[in-house]
Ligand binder design. Structure first.
Ligand SMILES: [Zn+2]
Length: 218
């Protein structure tokens, strides 16, 4: 197998691209001797309208991959600031930290629906946990204590993720955990079968009313 786990570090050109995107022109390398661009407020245009509160208006929380091609805001409607929690990691897998975020989301954020969204062409299907651990150990001399959580079958991993969330003792709202796969080449979003949630479901209806369920979140 080719070595897909590229350990390339951010380059100066990457930093320049970022700064040019936010409208700030700098020279690189920086001349301040600090090894970093001078921190200034970038020109990013008018600020977005302020969201009313920390409580997402839809009552939804997404668990999805960090892949840039998965645009949950577009896939699930015209979501904007204030509308939904989005928890991202490599693969969109369910880890202890995912459950930590959701446990807080369902209390402080009053969300009551969770959508797991995996996608086609995911990097997590291109290497194994052992291959990554071996490489990191080879490069650093230290074997990671964590597991990458790679998978070979995307749909199966969605099912595993949904079942793991439904079994969590820390999530009071598991009746509306649903699983999807996004095709990053066609933009089509498809619900994974076999989870008992396919098709139109009343579970969406409760989402927007979740805000009324909690007087105070603690
Ligand atoms: Zn991915």
């Amino acid at each position: 197998m080719d070595d897909p786990v590229d350990s390339g570090k951010p380059s100066a050109s990457a930093a320049e691209r970022w700064w040019s995107k936010v409208g700030k022109v700098i020279t690189w390398p920086p001349s301040d001797g600090l090894g970093a661009p001078a921190l200034q407020t970038p020109a990013v245009g008018p600020a977005a309208p302020a969201a009313p509160s920390m409580v997402p208006t839809t009552g939804w929380a997404f668990v999805t991959c960090m892949d840039t091609r998965v645009d949950v805001a577009r896939l699930f409607g015209d979501l904007g600031p204030g509308d939904a929690h989005v928890i991202r990691n490599a693969g969109g897998i369910v880890t202890d930290d995912t459950i930590r975020s959701l446990a807080i989301s369902q209390r402080a954020g009053r969300t009551d629906a969770v959508f797991v969204v995996h996608h086609t062409d995911c990097a997590m299907t291109t290497f194994t946990d052992v291959e990554l651990a071996d490489r990191l150990e080879r490069e650093s001399g230290v074997r990671p204590t964590w597991v990458a959580g790679t998978f070979s079958n995307t749909e199966d991993d969605v099912r595993r993720s949904v079942e793991k969330l439904r079994a969590s003792p820390f999530l009071p709202h598991v009746e509306s955990v649903r699983g999807f796969v996004c095709d990053v080449h066609t933009g089509v979003l498809r619900e994974v079968e076999g989870l008992g949630t396919e098709g139109p479901s009343a579970s969406f209806a409760g989402a927007a009313t979740g805000q009324a369920m909690w007087g105070g979140w603690w």
